[in-house]
Design a binder for this molecule. Structure first.
Ligand code: HAM
Length: 414
């Protein structure tokens, strides 16, 4: 009978058949990032609400509408982390990582929480993997970070991926540009959607993301920051592009690219996949040279990305088969139970997967069960202490040499 309880809206269970694909993805990420010297880090799933309000930005949808915020028993306001970058910058400062050799290169994965309207590829609890490269403003770091996500997606075989690249310029350039953009939006106020109109002064960049027809028409003639980049900002962006070109990483420059977090400066990027529906972004990120200072630290340039684990898995759409079992240790007589357990443990120590009956089945039932779980060989312990080994593929059965238990169950026997 189905239980009256269901997983909360926007959440899901990861069942064993799905966990296998996830584990493969997580291993591949740890390999790709680990080989480039990124070290694992984990931070708490909740933090002071203020960290995200400051870090992610008051004007973002995340802070305005999507945070799971609660008060703890001490009256402190806490929030389930909606993203990882602010937490990692907090940890960087808290543990004095600015004293280490820079840049500090970190890799993370885990659950994140946003109170969004659930749909395919969009959940309230989802999982991200990401890297942060903190302590350098070199375009080499931007290029490396982008290349690593590109490499991971290629390694996993994610089809139909496109990389979009943009630049927001430095904080000052961005501020000047935002004034131009606001002026453009104010000049066309009547043609904009209500949502965009209300946020002209708060977050004008989001107008580029609007689905509203009137707004889109206004945005088609809006100034873009990529066209206005000057001096070091222009050089930085040109260098990132040259490095990607040299590495053979394909991309399109998208002057209208914007992201849902306030902390970006200079490079921003987005990997989209044509196999996903409306939620087509697999992962993205960029440079956030002002964030650590914003959180009370010294000026510290940094760049990173996060990718949605569920979105990568949706794009891959593949089933990873259950691993076969090597051995099952069955008993023909109750008196052999303890011995069966001891032999199974011996096999496991030798790296052979081995199971025993845990449900009190008779021999026939045990053999049926061994067959069901796909055991390749069954060791049958007889009442007199002798043993038989049965090959489950051929059905062949013969006396077993317990002095060579591992060899018998591995398949060699001799
Ligand atoms: P973000 O663009 O908000 O960036 O999220 C990164 C990725 O997480 C998205 O591209 C998407 O694949 C996935 N994602 C976001 N929201 C959901 C959701 N509700 N359900 C499923 N997947 C989702 C950040 O979070 C930044 N911290 C990235 C970053 C790191 N920038 C610099 N360093």
């Amino acid at each position: 009978m189905a239980s009256k309880y269901q997983a909360p809206r926007g959440t899901f269970d990861v069942l064993p058949e799905q966990a296998r694909g996830r584990a493969r993805l997580e291993r591949a990420a740890a390999d790709v990032f680990g080989h480039a010297g990124y070290e694992p880090i984990a931070t708490p799933v909740f933090e002071d609400t203020d960290l995200f309000e400051r870090g992610v930005g008051q004007s973002t949808d995340i802070v305005r509408k999507e945070m799971f915020t609660f008060e703890d028993k001490g009256g402190r306001s806490l929030t389930l982390r909606p993203e990882g970058t602010a937490s990692i910058c907090r940890a960087y400062l808290e543990h004095g990582m600015q004293k280490l050799a820079q840049p500090v290169k970190l890799f993370y994965l885990g659950p994140f929480f946003r109170h969004e309207r659930p749909q395919a590829g969009r959940y309230r609890q989802f999982h991200q993997l990401g890297i942060e490269c903190i302590g350098t403003d070199s375009p080499l770091a931007d290029a490396e970070v982008i290349m690593l996500l590109s490499e991971l997606l290629a390694e996993l075989g994610v089809p139909g991926v496109e990389l979009r690249l943009g630049s927001l310029g430095s904080f000052e350039a961005r501020r000047a540009y935002l004034e131009d953009l606001k002026a453009h939006l104010h000049a066309h106020e009547g043609e904009l959607s209500k949502d965009v109109r209300e946020r002209i002064d708060l977050n004008p960049l989001r107008a580029f993301d609007s689905d509203d027809e009137g707004t889109r028409a206004v945005m088609a003639s809006a100034p873009t920051i990529v066209e206005q980049l000057e001096g070091e900002d222009a050089e930085h962006f040109a260098e990132v592009r040259a490095l990607l070109d040299a590495a053979g990483v394909a991309y399109v420059v998208d002057p209208t690219l914007v992201r849902g977090l306030d902390y970006y400066t200079r490079t921003i990027f987005s990997f989209v996949c044509d196999r996903l529906g409306a939620q087509s972004e697999i992962g993205g990120g960029g440079r956030y040279d002002g964030l650590i200072e914003q959180l009370g630290g010294p000026p510290t340039p940094a760049v990173g990305f996060a990718a949605g684990i569920e979105r990568i898995l949706l794009a891959l759409d593949e089933e990873v088969p259950a691993p076969g079992r090597d051995a099952f240790v069955a008993i023909a007589d109750e008196a052999q139970r303890q011995r069966a357990m001891a032999l199974a443990i011996e096999l496991r120590h030798a790296g052979i997967s081995a199971e025993v009956d845990l449900a009190g089945r008779g021999l026939k039932g045990q053999l049926k069960h061994a067959n069901r779980i796909g055991a390749r060989r069954v060791l049958i312990l007889e009442a007199d202490g002798s043993a038989q080994v049965r090959d489950m593929e051929t059905g062949e059965q013969r006396p077993a040499d317990l002095g060579n238990l591992v060899g018998e169950m591995k398949g060699g026997g001799e």
